[in-house]
Design a protein around this ligand. Structure first.
Ligand SMILES: [Zn+2]
Length: 273
């Protein structure tokens, strides 16, 4: 399974490189001097469908992660482009919603047995090679269900992959089950662009910053809409003046990877040998 051994190498390389990353070094020195108290991470979802639209996401600072839909015309291309930029990227895994998402091919459904879930995940990851992990596309129904989430998190754990809960339902169990099964897991705190107007995106971004100031860290999900990209292009360069730092997803995971998941470290080391 070459995709997984090279992806695991990618995590090992990330762990090795994190202390050398300029952003992370700046974070450590700033924390030491007490300057930076708020960190944000941003994921741009739904990449892979529309090259004309999605290309702009790759013009954002490389600390902004992208999440790529599987089996799309440009899925592999965007994985490769992001990899070349050393930008972190996830598989954006379609999951059944309350409204039903059966029209989307390769979606994880509540009616699937464990074997079919594993096969569907495996094929999806193969179409987005070297992804750091995954977050859910839709999934308001599936993420509430314990059995398919346990199967999914068991798969991620065995392959050394991370999970970000998009939280498309307030009743999601996905993040809790991921953590129970020792999958490094994060959650989305703010959706940036449910309303596509600059003033509304600005309000959501301000909410992201407020949460980061209050809790130390906060994660946003946006989409490659031209309004979202334009706003981020304008706003992100001003963060330093506000003592807010944009960090890669892996920086938010570093405590979990270093302290709570020796299996990932072990498998990464083994794959490097
Ligand atoms: Zn999505």
């Amino acid at each position: 399974m070459p995709i997984f051994s090279s992806r695991a190498m990618c995590i090992a390389a990330l762990l090795t490189l994190i202390p050398a990353m300029p952003a992370f070094s700046a974070q450590i020195s700033a924390q030491t001097s007490g300057q930076i108290s708020a960190q944000i991470a941003i994921i741009i979802d739904d990449v892979g469908n529309n090259h004309h639209r999605d290309a702009a996401a790759l013009t954002l600072p490389v600390n902004v992660a992208i999440s790529i839909l599987p089996h799309k015309h440009f899925s592999q291309k965007y994985a490769l482009l992001a990899h070349e930029q050393r930008r972190e990227y996830l598989l954006h895994m379609p999951m059944e919603s309350m409204a039903g998402l059966k029209q989307e091919a390769n979606v994880l459904l509540a009616s699937m047995n464990d074997k079919t879930i594993v096969q569907t995940l495996h094929a999806a990851f193969a179409s987005v090679p070297n992804a750091l992990g995954m977050n859910n596309h839709m999934g308001s129904r599936l993420t509430q269900l314990e059995t398919p989430m346990r199967t999914t998190m068991d798969y991620l754990h065995r392959h050394g992959l991370i999970f970000v809960d998009s939280r498309t339902s307030a009743q999601t169990q996905a993040e809790a089950i991921a953590k129970q099964q020792n999958v490094p897991a994060l959650r989305r705190h703010v959706f940036l662009d449910n309303v596509l107007a600059e003033d509304k995106i600005a309000l959501q971004f301000n909410l992201l910053v407020r949460k980061a100031r209050k809790y130390g860290r906060s994660i946003a999900i946006g989409h490659p809409h031209k309004q979202t990209i334009a706003y981020l292009q304008k706003r992100l360069p001003t963060l330093a003046q506000e003592n807010v730092q944009l960090v890669p997803l892996s920086a938010m995971l570093a405590p979990q990877l270093n302290n709570a998941n020796p299996n990932i470290l072990a498998s990464s080391v083994n794959n490097l040998r």
